[in-house]
Design a protein around this ligand. Structure first.
Ligand code: PEP
Length: 255
């Protein structure tokens, strides 16, 4: 299937940055710069910024997402936020399985699957992150790692629900390091993930799913990465905190 027929998505992951007032200011700068974008533009922000971010983007083409959610609907999970809570405040997107969550907060493929399931049940669209460590790439097991992360995360997810799944291939060694995967490496793994989807579901499902690359994507390298046939967008960390740089990436995806 022609890549042009898939939904291209550029999403920012603000991580633990920006107060509500700063979020309002940053989005106030981003909104006019991306107002004519044909691709989908999302900013995933810290929980406390959600209200301010939704307010700052009301009536615009910039959508707001959260950076995680818990799998339970409610209960004794101090410090956690449920998918239903996110839906209730008007959020439509949520990042699940980011490597920083897996690395620093003990998230596993199993909990990534549970969170994914909860987010889908709440009506959210999931940006599902998968990716290998440098050591795994050097050991030649990238395909196995990324395939099993994808398969486990999608257990119990129907083909119809895939319309609310975006997969972000994020090699851990490229996140926040300034070390980007080459366009060829990025495309190779995005294509592999597409093959996993074809095997799990169908060729139509694989042709239709949006697969992003993430890992030190910036205003300079975005065009080459986004030109790849299997790279349908980007999940952007550091560069999403600079309105001008983020808008250059959006424009590169728009081409
Ligand atoms: C991310 O946090 O998902 C990410 C890709 O970060 P960075 O762009 O800073 O590498």
């Amino acid at each position: 299937m022609n890549k042009q027929l898939r939904k291209a998505v550029i999403a920012g992951n603000w991580k633990m940055n920006k107060t509500p007032a700063e979020a309002t200011e940053l989005l106030g700068n981003i909104v006019p710069l991306v107002k004519d974008a044909k691709v989908e533009v999302i900013a995933c922000v810290p929980y406390v910024d959600l209200y301010a971010a939704l307010e700052a983007t009301k009536g615009t083409n910039v959508k707001i997402g959260a950076e995680n959610c818990h799998w339970a609907k409610s209960g004794a999970f101090t410090g956690e936020i449920s998918a239903d809570m996110l839906a209730a405040v008007g959020v439509n997107y949520v990042i699940i399985g980011h490597s920083e969550r897996r690395q620093y907060f003990g998230e596993t493929d199993k909990t990534v699957n549970m969170r994914t399931r909860a987010a889908l049940d709440a009506g959210l669209t999931v940006i599902l992150c998968v990716g290998e460590y440098l050591e795994q790439r050097e050991q030649g097991v990238t395909a196995e790692v990324v395939s099993s992360q994808t398969k486990i995360a999608l257990q119990g997810v129907s083909e119809d629900e895939l319309s609310r799944i975006i997969i972000a291939y994020e090699p851990v060694w490229a996140i926040g390091t300034g070390k980007t995967a080459t366009a060829q490496q990025a495309n190779e793994v995005c294509a592999l993930i597409r093959k996993v989807i074809a095997d799990l579901y169908s060729k139509e499902a694989a042709d239709g799913i949006t697969i992003q690359y993430g890992g030190s994507m910036n205003a300079k390298n975005a065009e080459e990465l986004l030109d790849q046939p299997d790279v349908d967008g980007g999940l952007i960390g550091g560069a999403s905190l600079k309105a001008e740089d983020f808008s250059v990436i959006v424009k590169a995806a728009d081409r």
